[in-house]
Design a protein around this ligand. Sequence first.
Ligand SMILES: *[C@@H]1O[C@H](CO)[C@@H](O)[C@H](O)[C@H]1NC(C)=O
Ligand SMILES: *[C@@H]1O[C@H](CO)[C@@H](O)[C@H](O)[C@H]1NC(C)=O
Ligand SMILES: [Mg+2]
Length: 400
Amino acid sequence: MNTVSLSLCLSPYLLSFSTLVRNMTNQNVIVSDRNPILGSKTITVSVSKSPLFSSPPTYFTFPRRKFLELLEAADKNNNNKNNLGAGKISSWVDSMRDSSPTRLRSSSRDSDSDNDEKTSWIVRFPSALNMFDKIMNAAKGKQIVMFLDYDGTLSPIVEDPDKAYITHEMREVVKDVALNFPTAIVTGRSIDKVRAFVKLNEIYYAGSHGMDIEGPTNENSYGESNQGVLFQPAREFVPMIEKVVKILEKKTKCIPGAMVENNKFCLSVHFRRVDEKIWAALAEQVKSVLVDYPKLKLTQGRKVLEIRPTIKWDKGQALNFLLRSLGFEHSENVVPVYIGDDRTDEDAFKVLREKGQGFGILVSKVPKETNASYSLQDPSQVNEFLKRLVDWKRKTVGEE
Ligand SMILES: *[C@@H]1O[C@H](CO)[C@@H](O)[C@H](O)[C@H]1NC(C)=O
Ligand SMILES: *[C@@H]1O[C@H](CO)[C@@H](O)[C@H](O)[C@H]1NC(C)=O
Ligand SMILES: [Mg+2]
């Protein structure tokens, strides 16, 4: 008898299969992803009532072919659901791999076609540095409002998300920007964490993908003082997020490099230090938690999966909220500029595109589908762009 060994690290296929068996037996199924299928005529799956094996498991034996059929059926079944099914997971893994700038290309033919793709992309989304004068001409006489993502925009994407420090130089220029324009940092992280990185009081913070918005805390050049919390549309979700963080910490314990971050109103599972080979398995683990939490949804970012409340609130809504708070809701004379590198920033790019106001700048070294108007390659180019912005403001003030 070839018994499938027990493990909490499930592959997508086996997880789908476990749902199937759970349906058949009304019990939890724990199966391993260590290739139990290869080389055996029959497959035995152990089924236990609890994932922690407090009760002795029962065993089901299937002929190998039948097992594979069931597997296929279960996987199809999974794909048909609206949420992230196994098919979506593999396409997500592909897109995450492609968005990784360190990805090596193997053949020279690949790199030729890569170059063509890159050339046509940069024509569609020109460098915000090359287009600087054009952009600023459009902003002349209007109020620029700056929105900046944090990870991958102001700080490099590093292996350990707790060490995504901003450089001294970047902090100084963001401060200068904030002294010249209303400025907000819009991030998926918790406000506490991003504030600890940025250490500036002059700016607005929209943390947890905009679900936690705070104004400048000390008196600033706009004469406001101690505004503190402005908006928290998902407050009732805090205990639920805490619970899910604990569950995921337990579930991902056996996946080397996986990191769960509590962002207060949402949470992140970081893939940055996880071997690409097990990304799909980890994604499946993350997704499986949502079965018990229909009020939470899964979104993807750069080497990160995020779980957040299903409420209709994102970085785009946060941008609108902040413009409203600043009194620019109906103003023709405002130019919002949003700089970000991630899928979640697309919500803000889309809002700007739909408004026909201001513009989005995507930070990316590789061609990507985007609703931004311009591009910058990396945080050092963001730094340069912000410097030029401050210089431009000083110069135009001098002219007035
Ligand atoms: C399990 O049962 C539910 C409800 O009967 C069904 O919607 C779902 O598709 C089944 N899952 C699988 C993998 O068969
Ligand atoms: C850009 O906006 C369009 C229209 O809303 C949308 O269909 C598309 O998915 C967006 N692209 C990205 C990359 O988000
Ligand atoms: Mg980012």
